[in-house]
Design a protein around this ligand. Structure first.
Ligand code: BDR
Ligand code: CA
Length: 299
């Protein structure tokens, strides 16, 4: 059983990743930290609580960075995630009790100092983790692994020709994280863009008993109506549950922080001694079978 923290900016695919984690007995979700990205930090904080509530999970939620380190945040949610970040679908309000007063950055630092190292699942811009490392670089020793959704290695970017959204939103933060001694697994667009669902996959979710699965199917109806590409963030969670369905390659990652046209680009140098494991492929059918089953097991 793996203890995890999910850092997230929900976001439709973030929401599905949270639900998958909540439904997976292999993982113990010890905290959720939010960050501005797909939506503002405030909206992300509200959304994370609603999603956990829908999953029937009492997990503490910590409010993180309002702004990126690199430049002002410009959440552009209307097309892909809707104005509320969750496909403009009404999720039931969260009951009080999940929201914490401790800041996400402090929580990450404190949690990394406890024995029993934790795995971080990073689903948004890397601002919270980068600040934690700036404040206390020693935390790297208390973090077992970091699994990150971000970057585009051999494929094109999704916000510029070369850059992926999470790294483009805060390239300086991504640079800090990749220069750290953390043990990193990266899930770039190369794999996440291949995770497109078939029409038939949504039907059982809509017809079943699980309210969380129905909400997922409704959100995905919106996601497809927008530009919706692959299901990005859930692959981070799936890589912890079923690593055997993923093919990884070792590399080192360099993040472009200066050149304006290339900002946020992630360049891979492939080498057997590389410190990053990049997930380059996943078994698409097994991924969607797992995701569907787990979602339908929720309330
Ligand atoms: C990433 O950007 C966000 O829009 C998604 O939630 C995902 O984390 C994909 O580029
Ligand atoms: Ca995200």
């Amino acid at each position: 059983n793996t203890n995890i923290i999910i850092d997230t900016d929900p976001g439709i695919d973030d929401a599905i990743a949270l639900l998958l984690a909540a439904a997976s007995p292999e993982l113990t979700l010890t905290g959720v930290t939010t960050v501005g990205g797909n939506v503002s930090q405030q909206q992300a904080f509200i959304n994370a609580q609603k999603i956990l509530q829908a999953a029937g999970k009492r997990v503490p939620v910590y409010r993180g960075c309002e702004q990126a380190i690199s430049r002002p945040l410009k959440p552009d949610t209307e097309v892909i995630n809707g104005q509320n970040g969750l496909g403009d679908i009404d999720w039931p309000e969260a009951k009080p009790g999940l929201a914490q007063s401790t800041n996400a950055v402090d929580f990450i630092i404190t949690r990394a100092q406890v024995n029993n190292p934790v795995t971080l699942c990073m689903l948004g811009p890397l601002t919270n983790l980068a600040l934690a490392l700036v404040i206390n670089p020693d935390i790297a020793a208390g973090i077992h692994r970091v699994v990150i959704m971000g970057g585009a290695l051999k494929v094109s970017g999704n916000v510029s020709a070369v850059a992926e959204f999470n790294f483009h939103t805060d390239p300086v933060a991504a640079d800090i994280v990749f220069r750290s001694p953390l043990n990193i697994t990266l899930c770039p667009l190369d794999v996440t863009e291949t995770l497109k669902w078939r029409d038939g996959w949504l039907e059982p979710l809509l017809r079943g008993e699980s309210k969380a699965a129905q909400l997922t199917a409704e959100m995905l109806g919106f996601y497809r109506a927008g530009e919706g590409g692959g299901l990005h963030d859930p692959v981070v969670i799936a890589s912890l549950i079923k690593p055997e369905i993923m093919r990884t390659r070792p590399c080192d990652i360099h993040i472009e922080t200066r050149d304006e046209g290339l900002e946020g680009q992630s360049r891979a140098v492939w080498s057997d001694s590389g410190k990053v494991r990049a997930v380059m492929e996943a078994d698409v059918d097994t991924f969607f079978n797992l995701l569907g089953e787990r979602l339908m097991s929720l309330p």
